[in-house]
Design a protein. Sequence first.
Length: 35
Amino acid sequence: MRYMKAFTLIELLVVISIISILVAILLPALAAARK
C-alpha cells in the first residue's frame, strides 16, 4: 500500500494523456460527421 500514492500519480498522468489523445482523435471525427 506504500506504493499507491506514487503509482496513482503516474497512473493519473497516463490516464490524462490517453484521454487527451482520444479527444484529439474524436473531435475531428465528430466535426466531420456533423457536416
